[in-house]
Write a protein that binds this ligand. Structure first.
Ligand SMILES: Nc1ncnc2c1ncn2[C@@H]1O[C@H](COP(=O)(O)OP(=O)(O)OP(=O)(O)O)[C@@H](O)[C@H]1O
Ligand SMILES: [Mg+2]
Length: 230
């Protein structure tokens, strides 16, 4: 299996006052095409930091990180933006929706950076909104939505372009059991049909149940890395 994500001896330090805080320590991690994996661990263990580095939103302090065969640290701003816009869908822990845009426009946004016709975009946005059950809200703005609905818009926006990799930071934190189940089914389907690689960060037992690989972070280190047979 080709390794889409390859991390070797990676450390992340944050400057704090006159010193530094090491959020990730000696991370070695390979994630292959089509994996359905999750990073679990207590609050503050480094899950978001790790996803941000994989998604080239942040850079490591030491060691190497390759995503889709590219050394992310050596990419220019423009190259890392194009890696993200073409191949990576990101679901942020804090949604990051655009407040002045409607649900429809938020989901369409990543497609505007790519070469799709208006008709193709319409079809893709409609499909994505259908997957997350938000067709009735397509004209609403984020402020008019519940937390769980915002989370579903963020999920639709991440999967609308059918990226190779979806990085999902606690994607079900605000969803009820029924919606979590439905969203996870959709992701499993994308994983099976298109071979989309998923990397979650989660505390949620409902998500953990679906994972085929569970990577446990404790104090910035990988404590366990387990295959889960279904
Ligand atoms: N910009 C920053 N400067 C200094 N420390 C930071 C910074 N960002 C994160 N940290 C620290 O790094 C550690 C890991 O943070 P991270 O957000 O990755 O945790 P997490 O596992 O995602 O937690 P949660 O489950 O609460 O979302 C925490 O101790 C946090 O305080
Ligand atoms: Mg986090």
């Amino acid at each position: 299996m080709e390794k889409l994500i390859s991390i070797k001896e990676m450390f992340k330090h944050y400057p704090v006052g006159t010193g530094r805080f090491t959020a990730l320590k000696a991370i070695n991690l390979q994630i292959g095409e089509g994996e359905f994996s999750g990073i679990v661990g207590p609050s503050g263990s480094g899950k978001t930091t790790l996803l941000n580095i994989i998604g080239s939103l942040d850079v490591q302090s030491e060691g190497s990180v390759e995503v889709l065969g590219k050394d992310v640290k050596s990419l220019t701003h423009r190259q890392s933006a194009s890696l993200r816009s073409e191949h990576i869908g990101f679901i942020f822990q804090t949604y990051n929706l655009l407040p002045v845009y409607t649900v429809y426009e938020n989901v369409e946004f990543p497609l505007l950076l790519l070469d799709y016709t208006a008709a193709q975009r319409k079809q893709m946005v409609t499909d994505a909104l259908q997957w997350v059950g938000l067709i009735p809200k397509l004209k609403s703005r984020p402020a008019q939505l519940s937390g769980g609905e915002c989370q579903r818009v963020a999920i639709a926006r991440a999967i609308v372009k059918k990226p190779q990799i979806v990085l999902a930071d606690e994607p079900t934190a605000n969803l009820d059991a029924e919606n979590s189940h439905h969203i996870l089914q959709t992701m499993v389907e994308l994983n099976k049909k298109l071979g989309t690689t998923f990397v979650f960060s989660t505390h949620d037992a409902k998500v953990i149940k679906y994972l085929r690989r569970k990577i446990t972070l404790i104090d910035g280190q990988i404590a366990f890395d387990e295959e889960i047979s279904q």
